[in-house]
Design a protein around this ligand. Sequence first.
Ligand code: 5RP
Length: 273
Amino acid sequence: MAMATSTSAIPAAEQAELIELSKKAAAYQAVKDHLDPAAHRLVGIGSGSTVVYVVDAIAALDRDATSRMLFFPTGDQSRGLIEAAGLPLGSVSQLPVAAKLDVCFDGADEVDEDLNLIKGGGACLFQEKIVATASRRFVCVADYRKLSPRLGTQWKQGIPIEVLPLAAKRVLSELENLGALGPQIRQGLPKKAGPVVTDNSMWLIDAPFKPLLLPRDKANGVQGGAGEDGLWTVDALADQLIRIPGIVEHGLFYGKNGLEVKAGEGGAQKPVA
Ligand code: 5RP
């Protein structure tokens, strides 16, 4: 995988511009490559600032084609984007259980070499996972900053975990038992004091762990990975997290076939796994 080159010598304003260009380039390329206006009818729309460009790219397509599609949001932000773009709005709750979305476009906070993801920086991971797993194909749209060899190397805030508020303190303690390094209940901005409340009326915990091993590291003889010395593989940790009462979902997205990472200018692309 081609990795991002360092941009630390570039002034902050130019870096911000480069990041926006990269997000936009990745989003337009992802829509061009993975949305087939002639064939696709049901499309998932993730959350975050990169997805804004995905919706822009879709809104720029032929209106006859997009008016025959339904767009499924992953929270209040993405519902707002779909509506503002004048695209038809769907709802997973009305989708027959056997039906699959053709494709889902979403961002990520960090992407490893095996295309495992940390998601939830924007607090929408629960609905994002529901829409992602209801889709035949998940296209991750990520700029060059998001790529890393091991999850937890770049996104140091920790794995976002959605929890039932009354269980939050107990979950913090369980996470420490698993080796989390100072997990915290996510707080709102100073003006909105108190815990962040998700679109599902839950709270979030951000749980930093040592960088997560890839499942194939174990097969290659790397020691640890089942919690020894606080070291986990992505799949082993995901499996433990979902067993903790009070955790409704976590932001580790892993092992999904057909995941594709797209990065824009100055970034990297990885073909479908
Ligand atoms: C929200 C998410 C977002 O996709 C993730 O935080 C990336 O956001 P951005 O595109 O703004 O960097 O998982 O819950």
